[in-house]
Ligand binder design. Structure first.
Ligand code: SF4
Length: 290
């Protein structure tokens, strides 16, 4: 499949938990020039990894780290810029306290970037994963140190946007954010469900069409998708078209903030905690070895 997509000019990104990666597969991925590999890790320690994944092998966390490292080394050996290697961490009540260990994992395994995604419980039965106000306070304590650690090691990250998310969640209604900023999801994401339905984001169960009935291109350019984009862009003027969306639980704020920054460099949204950040920079050496 990868070879077929590659020879037909597609950009290919692969998302994996990295547990089945071996030298042979790593070599194939590097040689064929896959554009990006996303490793979904979601933990900073073996204990949390076992708890989150439900897998009982105590050595698996270390094995995954070694697998990522092997790939990064192979890439260096072959002097290739691709695939871009990224670690992805969904931050929830089960792992937020390990954010610094996650950065250490990334530095030690030699990846290019880390990406943090705040958890968002679409169903009430998973609301235990949401961060409590107490969790957020504790995360705030560590998050600035995590950012400095990442910067110190030239690791690319989206921690600034995560900081904004934490501060915004703390300060109240998430919808208030979208009074200052548009939602750009209609341009950068599209999900195709197992039954062929296309939805614009995982919190919008609003069908844009079905790929068993029309091509994806037709759906992407359809009036209903265009209407969705127009309305989500003018989020402040919310319309009924977004009534199926759980925007009050949006976890794509960090990504939307990146787009906002690029499109409106003169209209920044304050990150919060700038003063604390300044103070921490002064004592960066004290915790880099933690
Ligand atoms: S949940 Fe709402 S605000 Fe968030 S990405 Fe989806 S449409 Fe945009």
């Amino acid at each position: 499949m990868i070879e077929y997509a590659q020879t037909n000019g597609f950009n290919i990104s692969v998302t994996t938990n990295g547990s089945l990666l071996n030298k042979e597969k790593a070599r194939f991925l590097v040689d064929i020039g896959v554009n990006a590999l996303y490793f979904s890790i979601n933990a900073g320690s073996s204990e949390t990894y076992m708890k989150i994944t439900g897998r009982r092998q105590s050595g698996l966390f270390v094995k995954v780290k070694d697998n990522v490292k092997t790939l990064a080394l192979l890439q260096k050996e072959k002097k290739r810029n691709y695939p871009r290697l990224m670690l992805s961490f969904v931050i929830s009540s089960q792992n937020y306290f390990e954010i610094k260990s996650m950065i250490h994992f990334a530095v030690e395994s030699g990846v290019n970037r880390v990406n943090f995604v705040p958890v968002s419980s679409y169903f009430d039965s998973y609301s235990f994963l949401d961060l409590s106000p107490e969790d957020k306070k504790l995360l705030q304590k560590d998050i600035y140190q995590a950012k400095l650690l990442a910067d110190q090691h030239d690791l690319m990250h989206n921690i600034n946007e995560l900081i904004q998310w934490v501060n915004m969640k703390k300060s109240g209604n998430i919808n208030d954010v979208y009074l200052k900023m548009s939602c750009y999801v209609g341009w950068f994401l599209s999900l195709v469900l197992a039954n062929g339905e296309v939805i614009p984001c995982c919190h919008c169960m609003k069908t844009m069409g079905n790929i068993h009935e029309r091509s994806f291109r037709e759906i992407w350019n359809s009036p209903v998708y265009r209407k969705f984009r127009k309305e989500s862009k003018n989020f402040a003027l919310r319309s009924k078209s977004l009534s199926n969306c759980q925007c009050s639980k949006c976890n794509l704020i960090p990504t939307n903030l990146i787009f906002h920054k690029i499109l409106h460099p003169l209209r920044p949204i304050p990150m919060g905690g700038e003063e604390l950040m300044g103070r921490l920079k002064g004592k960066v050496g004290t915790f880099l070895s933690e």
